[in-house]
Design a protein around this ligand. Structure first.
Ligand SMILES: *Cc1c(COP(=O)(O)O)cnc(C)c1O
Length: 426
C-alpha cells in the first residue's frame, strides 16, 4: 500500500488528500518555525531534568501520607527550574486545571481581599469558583470580593480602567493567557509582561497569577519569566504531554506556593504530604514529550485554519496569525457543519472511532453541545478534541493532537465528512 492507499483505507478520498497536501506544502516554513520553538523548549526540559539529577529512583510509587516522596519533590523542583520560579506544586491531587486555580486563589486570598481580573470574564468554570455565578463554597461566600475590567473593543487592555480598579484591598490579579472559548485574542507572554509591570507599578505587593492553560511551550518564555508571581495549569493539557492521566501544577514565589499547599492539603501539613501513587513516571515522561506534543497540536491548528479559510470559512486565529495557544475556532454558519466536523474528528481517533457523536443538552450550557473526543485520557484536550454549541454562529473549537500526523488525519476526516454531506464549495 502506498500513502494514498492507506489514506483511502481510512476513508479519505484523493480529492481531500490532494487539497490537504497542497495546503501542507505551503506551510513548510511555518512548521519549521514551530519546530525551532519545540527544539528550544525540549532543551529547556532536558536541562531542568539533568540539573535536578532525575533518576529512576524518582519513578518509585509512594502510598499513604506520602512523606519523603523523592520523586514528587524532585518533579516539583524540575517544574520550578523550568519555569524559573522559586517553587512549584505538581500533583495528582490537583485533579484538574479548575482545581489548581481554586487552590491557588483560595490559598492566597483572605476575607476582605479583592480579586481583580483585568482581562474580562474568566474561563467558565471559574465563575463558580469566584462566585460570579452563585455557587456553594465560592470565594464570595468566604468574603472575597471580585472586580473585573473588560478588554477594549480591539481586544487590548484598558489600562486606564485597570489603574482605577486597583484599590487598597486588591490582593490578587488573575490574568488568563488563553482566550479559552471566548471571542477575544489570546495574549502573548510579552503582552502579559507589560500588563504585570503596569499593575505592579500601581501596587507592588499585589500577587499576579496567570492562568497558563493551553499556553505552555507555545513560546520559548512563560509568564513566570515576565513577572508573574504564580502560573497555574492542567496536566491533561500541554505540560502533561498526553501521558499524565490526571494532575495540575502551580509554580511561583515560595510564599505563594506555601499558602496554596496549606489549602491543597491542610494547614500545618502543606506540601509534605500527598502520595504520588506511582504516577511520577507519567508526569516526568509527559513533561519530556510536552514540547513536541505542543508543536504537533500547533501544526494541527494552523493546518486547520489554512484548510478551512481556503474553503471560505471564518477562522480564529486566521491562517497567518502568530499563535499564543493551541486552540482553533472555525465558524460554519450552520449546525450541519459543526456536526460533520466533530464527527470527522471522532472518526479519525485511535480510541472510540466507531462512535458517532451527536449534539446533547448539557448542564451549564444554554444550547445542545456536540463533542468529539477519542482520547486515551478522559477529557484530555491535549489529545485531538473538538466541541461546539449548536447555536449561531455555529462555531467549533478544536485543539490538541499528540502527533502531527494524527492531527492532520483528523482535519482531513472532518473535511471528508463535510464533503460527504455536500457542505463544501470547492
Ligand atoms: C481548561 C481551562 C481551565 C480549566 O481546566 P480544567 O482542567 O478543564 O478544569 C481553566 N482556564 C483555561 C484558560 C482553560 O483552558
Amino acid at each position: 500500500m502506498n500513502t494514498n492507499e492507506i489514506y483511502q483505507s481510512l476513508g479519505i478520498s484523493s480529492k481531500v488528500l490532494d487539497f490537504c497536501e497542497e495546503v501542507e506544502e505551503s506551510l513548510k516554513p511555518r512548521f519549521e518555525q514551530i519546530d525551532h520553538t519545540a527544539e528550544y523548549n525540549q532543551m529547556k526540559v532536558i536541562k531542568a531534568m539533568q540539573d535536578n539529577r532525575v533518576s529512576d529512583v524518582h519513578f518509585a510509587a509512594t502510598t499513604g501520607y506520602g512523606y519523603n516522596d523523592l520523586g514528587r519533590d524532585t518533579l516539583e523542583q524540575v517544574y520550578a527550574h523550568l519555569f524559573h520560579t522559586e517553587a512549584a506544586l505538581v500533583r495528582p491531587n490537583l485533579i484538574s486545571g479548575t482545581h489548581a486555580l481554586h487552590v491557588a486563589l483560595s490559598g492566597n486570598l483572605r476575607p476582605g481581599d479583592e480579586l481583580l481580573s483585568p482581562v474580562g470574564k474568566p474561563y467558565d468554570t471559574l465563575e463558580e469558583v469566584i462566585g460570579i455565578r452563585e455557587s456553594s463554597g465560592s470565594l464570595k461566600e468566604y468574603g472575597v470580593s471580585y472586580r473585573q475590567v473588560d478588554l477594549l473593543s480591539d481586544g487590548t487592555f484598558d489600562y486606564e480602567a485597570i489603574g482605577t480598579a486597583i484599590k487598597e484591598k486588591t490582593k490578587l490579579v488573575t490574568i488568563q493567557r488563553s482566550k479559552g472559548y471566548d471571542p477575544r485574542p489570546t495574549f502573548s507572554v510579552e503582552q502579559i509582561g507589560k500588563l504585570i509591570s503596569f499593575i505592579k507599578s500601581k501596587k507592588p505587593d499585589v500577587i499576579c497569577m496567570v492562568d497558563n492553560c493551553y499556553g505552555e511551550f507555545v513560546e520559548t518564555i512563560e509568564p513566570s519569566d515576565v513577572g508573574a508571581d504564580m502560573i497555574v495549569g492542567s496536566l491533561i493539557k500541554n505540560p502533561g504531554g498526553g501521558l499524565a492521566p490526571i494532575g495540575g501544577y502551580i509554580a511561583g514565589k515560595k510564599a505563594c506556593i506555601e499558602r496554596a499547599s496549606y489549602r491543597l492539603s491542610a494547614p500545618g501539613l502543606g506540601r509534605e504530604v500527598g502520595a504520588s501513587l506511582g504516577l511520577n513516571t507519567a508526569f516526568y515522561q509527559g513533561l519530556f514529550l510536552a514540547p513536541t506534543v505542543v508543536a504537533s497540536a500547533l501544526k494541527g491548528a494552523i493546518f486547520a485554519a489554512n484548510v478551512y479559510e481556503k474553503l471560505g470559512f471564518s477562522v480564529v486565529p486566521d491562517s497567518r496569525e502568530e499563535r499564543f495557544d493551541i486552540i482553533q475556532a472555525i465558524t460554519f454558519g450552520n449546525p450541519e457543519g459543526v456536526i460533520a466536523f466533530c464527527q470527522g474528528i471522532q472518526a479519525a481517533a485511535p480510541v472510540d472511532s466507531f462512535v458517532t457523536p451527536e449534539p446533547l443538552d448539557m448542564p451549564g450550557y444554554d444550547a445542545p453541545v456536540i463533542m468529539a473526543a477519542g482520547a486515551f485520557v478522559q477529557g484530555s484536550s491535549i489529545e485531538l478534541s473538538a466541541d461546539g454549541p449548536i447555536k449561531p454562529p455555529y462555531t467549533v473549537y478544536f485543539q490538541g493532537g499528540l502527533t502531527w500526523h494524527h492531527a492532520k488525519l483528523g482535519i482531513m476526516m472532518s473535511l471528508q465528512k463535510m464533503d460527504d454531506k455536500k457542505l463544501l464549495f470547492w
